[in-house]
Design a binder for this molecule. Sequence first.
Ligand code: MSP
Length: 599
Amino acid sequence: MAAGRAFLCAPSSLSAGARRLAFACPPVRPLAAEANRRGRGRCYCATSVSDAPASAQQNYVLTTPLYYVNAPPHMGSAYTTIAADAIARFQRLLDKRVIFITGTDEHGEKIATSAEACGRNPKDHCDTISNSYKMLWADLDIGYDKFIRTTDPKHEAVVNDFYSRVLNSGDIYRADYEGLYCVSCEEYKDEKELMENKCCTVHLKPCVPRKEDNYFFALSKYQHQLEDLLMRNPNFVRPSHRLNEVQGWIKSGLRDFSISRASVEWGIPVPNDTKQTIYVWFDALLGYISALLDDGEKASLQHAVEHGWPASLHLIGKDILRFHAVYWPAMLMSAGISVPDAVFGHGFLTKDGMKMGKSLGNTLEPKDLVNRFGADAVRYFFLREVEFGNDGDYSEERFINIVNAHLANTIGNLLNRTLGLLKKNCKSTLSVDSIAAADGNPLKNNVENLVDKAKDQFENLLLSSACETLLEIGNLGNLYIDEQAPWSCFKQGGEHAEKAAKDLVIILETMRIISIALSPITPGLSLRIYTQLGFTEDQFRALRWEDTKWGGLKAGQVMMEPKPVFARIETETEEKDQSSPKTTKGGKKKARSEGLVGA
Ligand code: MSP
């Protein structure tokens, strides 16, 4: 194998962009616009330089994995996308120019086999399943900006360009390969990674022996550059325990991997050898770049990269970390393209400790959960209950308890009873500005500190902690109303009633702040709260994180008619206890008792 190209520092007299290009990849066309758009030089060496125009809106390019279309989505696939949507919404609140990319991975043996099993041709099969992802994302309130399908012609053009670049770098060669292949992972496995009966540890299915004449990517050439990347930027792989895992793989020595398949027809043909197709991962990873192209524009790698590459964050499950944190950066280095800022590998949703998935058939139907409980409940439960980065088991009982306690009681009830009191005693109108109402009141400071804390947690992808912090604000609001008891102060009249009217303003301002800060997690609920506070939907859509600052509610603002913003989930047991009729009514959702359902 030829020696690796050294990614050394270029002379410091060059501009940041030019410097990166000088050392990045001599044989290929420079991607100057990429560095400029990005606003900073991308360097795998220590001297990273900022040349961002001070006023430019910062990009935030965020991706989910591109989901295999072998079967419709399940809760495991939805989990990554919900988390990504929450992060994207938070970054938009920070006024970043967010490009949230998702999509479907449609080539390869696994997809061809599943299409055949359904009696469909691969294209029809991909259209059907890809569409089911789009429909689920709509149900879950997922606001992606780009949806890429790896069968899009624009994607194929980008893959071709990329392949040529890597070829020009001298990193592709032909050789025979013999090994054990897991079709579900679409990956050759090392025998020592497998279970005793040669089964894959993720899918519990036997790997099949394969022998092929393939094209290979010279991954081993990039060992040092990858070590260097991780040493200089330990945040490249998150959470930190996954960094150790990646460092371990690299340290144990990187082997070149095969990037074509002679036996698979359903794929992008290898340029100059149409008897082979490009390996599904060498194809799909490029979707993160091809997604950036606008519809109808000239499809090329160069153009795509100019639209905002590199990604700020790839959000993935831990099972595909090696592809994203080892193969992908090496591929990009070979093609002279910047590596992404970070890869975050979250844990699995499990059932009885096993990864929930299509292959094991132990999935939970997200569509069913949304139909029964609504998108906000589903989004909130999984982001609040599963520590982002770790595994988490689903239990319906826990789902109902959490959602009822936090969203229906702590938040929904507090708003409802406050608005009820305001209607009864103040004609639904605020008597003073929220700033004046909270003058000298420690609640205001506490709320502000908690909002700052939540911001920090969102920025560090501690989504569960952010939810917890925001709920703490709700708890403070409940405590405050209980302690101040405005209902009895109104009865006393005079100064007491004035104080009670101020207290209602304080609580409603607290609710306003919660609704903004929680909107990345529960966008629908937040909108309902915000409009009950007398604002319009357009005003809600225009909000930024800085609007969480205390003081948004002003004297004279008229609140809407109090209506429950979150329907409490009523279980069948509760219904029996109350001997109430078994129909859903008045702000209550009825839960059936299924837990996990088979795929
Ligand atoms: N097609 C590849 C990704 C290519 S990205 C260029 C793939 N697809 S997948 O459909 O099998 O998985 C997509 C994502 O869903 C992965 O991040 C995976 O970890 C995630 N999940 C699938 N089941 C999951 C759980 N049970 N729990 C959490 N996430 C899981 O891999």
